[in-house]
Design a protein around this ligand. Structure first.
Ligand SMILES: [Fe+2]
Length: 512
């Protein structure tokens, strides 16, 4: 007996008898009045032999349950060598379940390394768009890598034009460093408007993801290649730290519930190979992604385990609390995982994929020092402890990629920022936002020069929207800063605003 027919008959039988609990019922032949694949497809977390394929059934994305009917629903997936699916490599079925907002995560295994594939999903007679996915190179290989660094896509503050351009780049991978959604209530005076109030419950977060995922340019960027995703604060609440909310209005228990809602919806909507947990509030997303022997990505989380921002948050003089050596950004377990791993990894490049700027930025002229309490500059002891380890274990083969700050930065990283005579040991490329902050502005040369005088480790700064394209081989890391001149209207062109290079084993970042 055909297994699919059997399952379908069983579901029909169960529906008739009504003795099987609702959550067990599976409908393998659903009927959709509207396209259930309106939120697109995605892939992520590639390994040499596999990765993750993602979709979510949502025939009416902004309605409760995305317009689904409460039944577990069978989704078929196909992976092919070719775009027209004549050479199917693998196929299978998955179940989209209401308790995971009808999301589907397919864990691919047994594929050839260093290869492109095409994939799609089918359910109830509907077929999704086609995505491209590729596996990572085999463990010893030094195949070059091209990838984009993106972050911060506030729906209301601009169009995702940069993602449309990113979808046409020749790249293997996208790293998204967080603020994939924003939690704020809708404000109709903006370029586009969030549906609903500030999001707090899991259904709120799901609907917000559904609104963002409906963007055709975001979908195109996901279809282009696999993504490696982490989160920042807005996936839960602006500037939260551990179980402290933005403005201290919520109790620890309320923040636990909110974090559980935000983390669960994040897991449901991202193509990640992150094991599910009993308690969503404690979902751990730190992981490594290897690109053969060329690069190891350390996907980090600087929100969940950090101590609360010191000195009243904001941009401040460094108060005594900030200097408390017990305060941390990563938590002890993540810090040990990273430090030990940096020493053990044989990969040519160590890539710290993380959220907040690691180099300090002194915003006050003259002897006065004022730095952001939300960035690593607000945790100077933890930062210099980590950078000392980078110096010892992976000097001048470590590149930090950063989001959060909605502007482009190129920073040389010293082993100890408290002591400017210490050597440069790493490079930091901070990617601007996709849309957050709106159009941006030109930075006059005099202003950039003044910023550099105050911050000698700063090489370049720009206030436009876009992403970084990195091209990496065993000797050179090249970073092209790709910018659009506006996001308040669609169809802005893209251009390379500035290009930078790091030579493997050599300190410093050079232009060109
Ligand atoms: Fe942001």
């Amino acid at each position: 007996m055909d297994r699919r027919l059997f399952v379908s008959d069983l579901a029909r039988y169960a529906a008739l008898c009504a003795v099987v609990p609702n959550v067990w019922r599976v409908t393998s032949r659903p009927r959709f009045a509207d396209d259930p694949f309106q939120l697109g497809v995605a892939s992520g977390d590639p390994t040499p032999s596999g990765g993750v394929l993602w979709t979510r059934l949502a025939p009416r994305p902004l309605e409760p349950e995305g317009g689904m009917n409460g039944l577990r629903t069978t989704v078929t997936w196909e992976l092919a060598d070719d775009e027209v699916f004549t050479k199917i490599v693998k196929k299978g079925t998955a179940t989209a379940a209401p308790e995971l907002s009808y999301s589907v995560h397919v864990n691919l295994e047994g594929l050839a390394s260093d290869r492109w594939y095409f994939y799609r999903f089918m359910s109830g007679g509907a077929t999704s768009k086609i995505g491209r996915f590729r596996t990572a190179p085999a463990s010893g290989a030094t195949t070059p890598l091209a990838f984009a660094v993106a972050s911060c896509q506030h729906w209301e503050q601009g169009h995702f034009t940069a993602l449309g351009h990113l979808a046409r780049e020749e790249i293997d991978l996208v790293t998204h460093l967080g603020d994939y959604i924003y939690e704020y209530a809708g404000n109709s005076r903006n370029v586009r408007t969030h549906v609903g109030l500030e999001i707090r419950t899991v259904d709120d977060y799901r609907r917000r993801y559904a609104q963002y995922k409906s963007d055709p340019l975001l979908q195109a960027a996901h279809e282009r290649c696999p993504w490696v995703v982490t989160w920042d604060d807005h996936e839960v609440d602006n500037n939260y730290a551990g179980l402290m909310g933005e403005n201290g209005m919520e109790s620890v228990e309320q923040m636990r519930q909110r974090r559980a809602a935000g983390y669960q919806a994040w897991w449901e909507h991202q193509p990640v190979r992150v094991p599910r947990v009993q308690s969503w509030a404690d979902l751990s997303i730190t992981r490594t992604i290897d690109w053969g022997a060329l690069a190891r990505f350390w996907v980090m989380d600087t929100r969940q385990f950090r101590d609360d921002q010191a000195c009243n948050d904001g941009t401040q003089a460094i108060c005594d609390t900030a200097r408390d050596p017990k305060r941390g950004m990563l938590g002890a377990a993540q810090e040990q995982w990273l430090v030990n791993g940096l020493g053990a990894s044989q990969a040519k490049w160590q890539v710290l994929a993380q959220q907040v700027m690691m180099a300090p930025y002194d915003a006050a002229p003259g002897d006065d020092v004022r730095v952001s309490m939300d960035q690593w500059s607000g945790y100077p002891v933890a930062r210099d402890r980590l950078l000392n380890e980078v110096a010892r274990r992976a000097a001048n083969r470590t590149v930090v990629i950063t989001g959060d700050i909605h502007t482009n930065w190129v920073n040389e990283i010293r082993s100890d920022f408290a002591r400017p005579d210490r050597p440069v040991v790493a490079a930091e490329f901070v990617a601007t936002s996709i849309s957050s902050g709106g159009n941006g502005s030109d930075v006059p040369t005099a202003r950039l020069d003044a910023m550099k005088r105050e911050n000698p480790h700063l090489k370049w700064f720009e206030n436009r929207r876009g992403y970084i394209k990195c091209t990496v081989d065993t000797t050179t890391w090249k970073a092209d800063y790709r910018s659009v001149p506006f996001v308040d209207k669609p169809d802005a062109p893209i251009a390379t605003a500035s290009s930078w290079r790091v030579e493997h084993g050599r300190p410093g970042i050079v232009a060109g």
